[in-house]
Design a protein around this ligand. Structure first.
Ligand SMILES: [Fe+2]
Length: 366
């Protein structure tokens, strides 16, 4: 390795990654293998370089950066992050194969985690600390992924115009009593795709199809925006009910933007299906990639993420529910109280994703 290479590796690991990517894309297989081996030699030759971990993340929350910095401070292991959406990252890890830079894959959605597992890009972890931190129900059956937080998709409603006792279930949102009173985001969003997938798993495809039709008939406007926009539209008087992930209420109530705070104060949060199938719970998780080069560092990172202090940070900064039962929830989440969640395997979300997308299209939920 010459001085320039050494300088780049030490000071600009990202530049070297880009360089490797260009080489990987353009060289024939034997050359790729040679370069992959060379990559290994770099690490062997410079032990200091091994003190890093490469994370491919599809999470989009500011709070995660604080955690990476904490981990770096605590362990001296540098966290290099590649951000993109989950399907892109899964494709990339698959394409890179043995030469992948990814040690860890981090994403929201249990269905996506299952898809990654099925793509053959993950390997199980067996660290006793991790398995002790996270209950079995919140990790993959063979520990190919580990849940770090959960969230619920709930009904939000106008405090001014809706009495909470008028609310009951997701299914009820398809009732004509909400005609012209419901807003939603476009069905391209994974959150509603997974909600519908869960309804397919619990109620069957036919009932799910009718549910989409009923909800579409109640739209106050064509689907648009993100979760926060739905609360803003309710606050603006455009609609009375919508679906939202719990942590967005926390984010908005504590936002620097006064409009967001006001909107969040004007909506109430309702956990649906408490007397029936439970509220739709989804999960965010982290996984060790099959060809992780910084395996030990990656496992330390998962141990850190599932430890009580990191779990409490995730809840305090991003208003998510910790997966480690020993971690305290943010006081706002405490106030929401305990609630019943759907009793389905997270793999069901992936199993019914294609059907959910089809039912949205057929029902006219754009
Ligand atoms: Fe989100």
């Amino acid at each position: 390795m010459n001085d320039i290479d050494f300088y780049l590796v030490v000071h600009y690991p990202a530049a070297i990654n880009d360089f490797r990517e260009i080489i990987m894309k353009n060289f024939a297989i034997p050359a790729r293998k040679f370069l992959a081996a060379l990559g290994g030699l770099w690490i062997l030759g410079f032990p200091a370089l091994a003190q890093e971990v490469n994370l491919y993340s599809a999470r989009h929350y500011e709070s995660d950066k604080t955690l990476y910095a904490l981990f770096e401070k605590e362990t001296g292991i540098k966290v290099n992050v590649v951000s993109a959406n989950a399907p892109e990252l899964i494709e990339r890890i698959k394409r890179e194969g043995e030469a992948t830079n990814a040690d860890l894959f981090l994403t929201v959605d249990g269905g996506v985690l299952h898809t990654a597992r099925n793509a053959g890009i993950l390997q199980p972890v067996s660290s006793p600390a991790i398995l002790q931190n996270v209950p079995a129900a919140l990790r993959d059956r063979e520990n190919h992924w580990i849940g770090i937080t959960t969230r619920a998709r709930v009904i939000v409603y106008s405090r001014a115009r809706v009495r909470p006792d008028a609310l009951s279930t997701y299914e009820d949102l398809a009732s004509p009593k909400w005609k012209g009173k419901l807003v939603a985001r476009p069905s391209s969003g994974l959150y509603d795709q997974s909600l519908l997938a869960s309804l397919i798993a619990l109620n069957g495809e036919e009932k799910a199809r009718m549910w989409v039709k009923g909800v579409v008939a109640n739209f106050a406007r064509p689907p648009k925006g993100n979760d926060r926009s739905q609360a803003k539209d309710i606050a603006a008087g455009l609609a009375d009910v919508a679906l939202m992930n719990t942590y967005y209420i926390g984010q908005m109530l504590n936002s620097k933007d006064p409009e967001e705070v006001k909107a969040a104060q004007e909506v109430g949060l309702f956990f649906p299906n408490q007397k029936t199938t439970g509220a739709h719970q989804n999960i965010s998780g982290v996984a060790l990639t099959k060809h992780a080069r910084n395996r030990e560092n990656a496992i330390r990172f998962i141990e850190f993420l599932t430890s009580v202090p990191a779990q409490e940070r995730l809840s305090a900064d991003n208003y998510e529910f910790p997966t480690n039962p020993k971690a305290r929830k943010h006081p706002l989440l405490e106030r929401w109280g305990t609630f019943r969640t759907q009793d389905i395997d997270f793999s069901e979300l992936s199993k019914h994703n294609a059907t959910a997308i089809r039912l949205f299209a057929e029902g006219g939920w754009k």
